[in-house]
Design a protein around this ligand. Sequence first.
Ligand SMILES: C/C=C/C(=O)SCCNC(=O)CCNC(=O)[C@H](O)C(C)(C)COP(=O)(O)OP(=O)(O)OC[C@H]1O[C@@H](n2cnc3c(N)ncnc32)[C@H](O)[C@@H]1OP(=O)(O)O
Length: 246
Amino acid sequence: MGILTKRDGHVEVVTVDFPPVNALPVQAWFDLADAVTQAGRDPDVHVVILRAEGRGFNAGVDIKEIQRSAGYDALVGANRGCYAAFGAVYDCAVPVIAAVHGFCLGGGIGLVGNADVIIASEDATFGVPEVERGALGAATHLARLVPQHLMRTLYFTARKITAAELHTHGSVYRVVPRADLDEAALEVARDIAKKDPRVIRAAKEALNGIDTQQVHRSYRFEQGFTFELNLLGASDEAREEFLNGR
Ligand SMILES: C/C=C/C(=O)SCCNC(=O)CCNC(=O)[C@H](O)C(C)(C)COP(=O)(O)OP(=O)(O)OC[C@H]1O[C@@H](n2cnc3c(N)ncnc32)[C@H](O)[C@@H]1OP(=O)(O)O
């Protein structure tokens, strides 16, 4: 359990393992950020794969941790941890390949939307249920996966979209059977790892440099509304509703 790392040649495989659903507590977001950043700093690493164990890739922030914590430390921590983890994927000095299975929700979209390549299994679904949780955020990242009006529709309705649908939009590169997911991600990773790492690192920096979307500022802007909704009490009500099963 935890954020685990394993080297496969020049590929660093970062695995998220927080049963039962990979809803990450505050510390795990920071640990994930550290693992991805450290991997990029290692000159022997040419590419990173981000994957998960268990029922789904990611269920977002640990809502229970926020609700059982007094004050706002866990809420602020979750927001700062997500900012750090999403940013680490984007800023990683080498390409990050997300290998997604099962559900990918909320914070999971933040990770995947900032990744360089997305491979998904046939069972994968993606969604941002923030409006039902009294939070805002990850629209920045969902907007990287689908066109604007679909992003808005998904955001306002909290509906999910399948890996196959994302493939039609070009954001998911390949959709494969669940049993083939790791190998499919490794196949792309090895292809990248074969190239001159000096060129690949320069290419990552160049692609970030010409990106029209300022992902860090954009997400930080969204987070401001999460804090407003918390001050209004709307967020607390939404989280209690989720935990009480309504
Ligand atoms: C910027 C980022 C923002 C965010 O990330 S906001 C949070 C966004 N995430 C969500 O809203 C996810 C909500 N969860 C779900 O939709 C479902 O769950 C799943 C699809 C992930 C899994 O569904 P199923 O397989 O039917 O399992 P289950 O019985 O619903 O959940 C198993 C246990 O996991 C707990 N759990 C699920 N999600 C979270 C979470 N995000 N934070 C804390 N706990 C969570 C449940 O409550 C339950 O627990 P118990 O076994 O004690 O009843």
